[in-house]
Design a protein around this ligand. Structure first.
Ligand code: FMN
Length: 383
């Protein structure tokens, strides 16, 4: 029999499960604490990306994915969750640039209550056929070759998206151009490129190889390239000159890409991966009274932080939905981060002023049987 209050063991299990959630550069920016029968989560400043994610969009979305993972695990144990968003979530600009989490300033609190029926519990996981903890554990992104299955995101009813969120499709040619433009942006900004190199672990001898960041295996990098690139990720003495040389070169390519117009053909070749954009409409989200407009503008994401958190929950559902169908996801935040790529994306999709692109990702069948698993701070090998 399930008891009224969740046991501390269950809460620990849920924290462990949620650690498998996706996060930008695998930073795992969450710091959960079990208090008063619930879980409070603070953000670890040293696990945010001040250069690459200055608005905290990706950090907040990953916290949303974390909440969804807890909801799925809790539902399986017969509990529904309640999320209380705390004021600190809207005050992230006052976070220090680095250092540990401040447990006195949690950004949200999750409490569990016994679900009246199994359907009540799964309503929180928001799927008629609820996702399972095994799905959360097994899901992973894949950055190698993908072969598309265009129907995967055509039927989203079972995922119960809120009315202010939609998934738009982007054609393959445009995606390739926009991603190149985005990558040129990353390489041309020294602070963004340095931050990315800091989170790369291309050599198993890297002290954090089994804990966090992105490994050579996860990035599906050819061995020869890994051998050349690995020393640059470990030694600042080598990294700084590389970034200095790459910057002007990338800026040159960025200039070329910015001036080129997007391909006029929007018909994909057979087998091309499909590409998707999670779009929030701030008007439909009710962000049109003066107070919430101001809050949304303050957040710099274009929607309020609680909305971005909710969008992160949906993003996790979308990625799990793909996983259940044997489809791998490859995210492309660079398309939103680069102002040039972002502008071209908005034009291609015909986005209105009130539309905010929150996530761009490709989907398809991975051309390998072994999609690499990324490390976590909670893995036994990381201890
Ligand atoms: C909000 C968000 C944005 C992300 N953006 C990118 C991206 O631009 N490029 C990329 O390769 N991976 C991106 N990722 C995926 C993470 O790098 C990945 O989740 C992390 O490395 C852990 O790996 P896993 O998802 O396979 O467990 C993103 C993840 C999240 C949650």
């Amino acid at each position: 029999m399930t008891s009224e209050n969740p046991s501390t063991e269950l809460l620990h299990e849920l924290v462990l499960l949620a650690s498998r959630s996706p996060s930008p550069h695998n930073t795992q920016p969450w710091s959960p604490r079990i208090v008063d029968g619930g879980i409070e989560v603070s953000i670890v400043p040293g696990r945010t990306l001040p250069a690459g994610d200055p608005t905290f969009r990706d950090v907040i979305m990953s916290l949303g994915a974390w909440i969804e993972s807890v909801a799925i695990g809790a539902a399986e144990a017969g509990y529904a969750i309640d999320v209380e968003v705390l004021p600190a979530l809207s005050e992230l600009d006052s976070l220090p640039i680095s250092g540990p989490a401040d447990s006195t300033r949690p950004v949200f609190r999750v409490t569990l209550s016994l679900a009246a029926t199994p359907e009540d519990a799964s309503a929180n996981a928001s799927d008629l056929r609820p996702f399972t903890a095994a799905d959360v554990r097994e899901r992973r992104v894949y950055r190698g070759k993908l072969v598309g299955r265009p129907e995967v995101f055509s039927q989203l009813d079972s995922l119960q998206l809120p009315p202010w969120l939609s998934v738009r499709s982007l054609d393959d040619r445009a995606m390739q151009q926009l991603s190149t433009l985005g990558i040129a942006f990353t390489a041309s900004r020294a602070t963004v490129a340095n931050e990315l190199l800091h989170w790369l672990r291309l050599d198993p001898r890297h002290p954090r190889y089994t804990r966090d960041g992105m490994t050579d295996a996860m990035l599906v990098m050819p061995k020869a390239l890994v051998r050349i690139a690995a020393p640059f990720t470990r030694r600042a003495r080598l990294r700084d000159p590389l970034v200095a040389v790459a910057g002007p070169l990338a800026r040159f390519f960025e200039g070329l890409g910015r001036d080129a117009s997007l391909s006029s053909s929007t018909v994909d070749e057979v087998g091309a991966p499909t590409h998707h954009v999670l779009v929030a409409n701030s008007r439909a989200a009710g962000i049109d009274d003066i107070l919430s407009v101001t809050e949304a503008m303050d957040s710099r994401i274009g929607v309020t932080e609680p909305h971005a958190l909710e969008a992160g929950r949906v993003l996790q559902r979308l990625w799990l939905h793909a996983h259940r169908q044997g489809i791998a996801i490859s995210p492309h935040s660079e398309v939103i981060d680069s102002p040039a790529a972002h502008g071209a994306l908005r034009k291609r999709l015909g986005l209105a002023r009130s539309d905010v692109a929150l996530s761009v990702f490709s989907a398809g069948v991975a051309q390998t049987r072994r999609v690499p698993r990324s490390p976590r701070l909670t893995d036994p090998s990381a201890q």
